[in-house]
Write a protein that binds this ligand. Structure first.
Ligand SMILES: [Zn+2]
Length: 577
């Protein structure tokens, strides 16, 4: 492609909407353009890279026996009502009505649709296992779309669904997909970790998230260098501190004026935060807003509450819980803002972190303004309706598997795989007949990759202060031949010859033949991040050009033939890696 003919406009300035490198560089390189908040269009170069990621995914899915189909983004509400997710998915589900008031959604995922297809068409065990996938546009009505392609309202996703006869079949399908995902992300040039994850709104019994490591990522993972433990912090089990051996002392109410926070009360009473109980108060809604209950969660004062664990313990959807209005809650439960403790609280559900059971003589709010109680002990003084691990793991906590200190890292969730089991086949009635002609539930798995998010993750991991540095596998073009002096016939002829040589060898090449200053062309080449750059300048008369890889700081002078040959060999080796 000749750049003089290409529809492209690079930007000199950082667009004000962009905060993170992938967003900045994809905009500046003219690869994406914003339509409205959280909705982007792909320009020629951006779309080429998207298609390359899609092709890598297709090759690896097909290699595992996946079969590609294409379903509509528009999904009837009835199917979501059948699975129970019309309510459970909450406000992120993009709902709409047709002119006859029939309800639909724009799918954020397709479990219901694929289950529906298969329940209508699969009847015998002979038709299983089956793996169907699609690469398709998804929608999520994000509260706060941000970071360009990272958290957008419209995005391209690959979603696959496996259908097996039994658990063993699902285990094999899951393993295959896990394997395919490792290959896909490796081929895209990503440094990533597969970590145990929460199953969230998708559901099921087990899940792994594929996390591209990046400081700007919204996923936090906990991992251990001494063993294989790796999980999202949402999911990671947090080990209770060893139980205390202290003798239980009698409870005593003490005056603690104005000490609303853990730091204030610990400071005032001169005790460590580990000797205090922290209260977090919530309102939890039923399917309608007028049905609700109050929930008080208690953890040790030095710990942070893990919302995902609380939501799972309560068995509610994520959108059904919010922080309680202290005054409204006080009237019903006796809670007192800043002074709430488990003793004296009534008419609310009490969820206690398991660690508190073994700790002795703690300080808790007295449910009375400016008062706390000291020497509060579980069982003797209060009990929980639910007792479970509610803690958010932090760096240095003990590894739940081997006990070594855990480390934390940030990353971008680029894929997730789930063992759904019979969650959808049960609620939607997807059966097959086994060898004895008996009805059996189909056992399912589902497997997603954020295609456009993967593109952003690649840029996050592959850029410098001058622009993108594409891995060859997903680069929009492999090589760029730049004419330094526009109008110089010798340079133009030599550049043209190299360009043709590259094309003939199957290299996806760009020829920068624009009537621009050399500086503009060099800057653009950096921003675009094309892996191989051949610059044809003053030494063209001697048949000598500059050869440079975008990722390397240095260039070499080569004959035009050698430069073309080197480019062809380099690209072939990178693509075969
Ligand atoms: Zn470990």
């Amino acid at each position: 492609m000749r750049l003089s003919k290409m529809y492209i406009r690079t930007l000199r300035e950082v667009p004000s909407e962009a905060e993170i490198p992938s967003h900045i560089w994809l905009l500046r390189a003219g690869m994406i353009r914003r339509l409205v908040s959280g909705v982007y269009g792909f320009m020629p170069l951006g779309f080429r890279s998207v298609r390359k990621i899609e092709e890598i995914i297709r090759e690896e899915m097909d290699a595992k026996g996946g079969q590609e189909i294409h379903m509509s983004a528009l999904q009837p509400a009835e199917l979501w009502q059948e699975s129970g997710r019309w309510y459970a998915y909450g406000p992120e589900l993009w709902r709409l009505k047709d002119r006859n008031e029939r309800e639909f959604c724009l799918g954020p995922t397709h479990e219901e649709i694929f289950t529906d297809i298969v329940r209508n068409e699969v009847s015998s065990y002979r038709q299983l296992p089956l793996n169907l996938y699609q690469i398709q546009t998804k929608y999520r009505d994000e509260k706060r779309p941000r970071f360009g392609l990272m958290r957008s309202r419209e995005f391209v996703m690959k979603d696959a669904y496996s259908f097996d006869r039994d658990r063993e079949g699902l285990d094999a399908s899951y393993h295959d997909m896990y394997d395919a995902y490792e290959r896909i992300f490796k081929r895209c040039g990503l440094v990533f970790r597969a970590v145990e994850a929460d199953t969230g709104a998708i559901g099921g019994s087990a899940s792994h998230e594929f996390t591209a490591l990046s400081e700007v990522g919204e996923s936090e993972i906990a991992y251990c260098d001494s063993c294989d433990m790796a999980a999202t912090t949402e999911r990671a089990v947090c080990i209770d501190d060893d139980p205390s051996t202290e003798a239980e002392l009698p409870m005593e109410k003490v005056v603690t004026p104005g000490t609303k926070t853990i730091e204030e009360v610990a400071g005032f009473l001169n005790v460590d935060a580990t000797k205090t109980i922290k209260a977090l108060l919530f309102k939890v809604y039923g399917e309608t807003e007028d049905v609700f209950e109050y929930v008080a969660a208690f953890i040790r004062g030095d710990r942070e509450l893990n919302m995902t664990k609380l939501i799972n313990a309560l068995g509610i959807p994520e959108h059904a819980i919010e922080f309680a209005d202290e005054n409204a809650m006080a009237e019903v439960t006796g809670a007192v803002g800043g002074f709430t403790g488990p003793v004296g609280l009534h008419d609310c559900k009490i969820v206690v972190d398991s660690e508190l059971v073994g700790q002795k003589n703690l300080v808790a709010g007295a449910c009375e303004k400016d008062h706390h109680i000291i020497n509060v002990n579980y069982d003797r003084d209060y009990k929980g309706d639910i007792v479970t691990d509610l803690k958010l793991i932090k760096a240095g906590d003990r590894c739940p598997v081997c006990g070594a200190p855990v480390k934390l890292a940030r990353g971008i969730e680029v894929g997730q795989v789930f063992k759904l089991g019979t969650k959808y086949s049960k609620s939607m009635g997807a059966y097959y007949k086994d060898e004895n002609m008996e009805d059996q539930l189909i056992v399912m798995g589902c497997y997603g990759i954020g295609v456009t998010r993967t593109l952003a993750a690649v840029v996050e991991q592959h850029h410098d202060e001058n622009g993108i540095i594409w891995p060859v596998s997903v680069a929009p073009y492999h090589a760029i031949v730049t004419i330094v002096t526009s109008g110089d016939e010798t340079q133009e002829a030599l550049a043209e010859a190299i360009y043709q040589e590259l094309l003939k060898a199957g290299v996806e090449a760009l020829l920068d033949d624009r009537k621009e200053r050399a500086g503009v062309k060099f800057k653009d080449a950096d921003v675009l991040g094309i892996p191989v750059r051949i610059t044809v300048g003053k030494k063209a008369a001697e048949g000598v050009v500059e050869y440079k890889l975008r990722k390397d700081p240095t260039h070499s002078e080569l004959s035009a033939q050698d430069a073309a040959a080197q480019a062809i060999a380099y690209i072939a080796s990178e693509l075969n890696r």
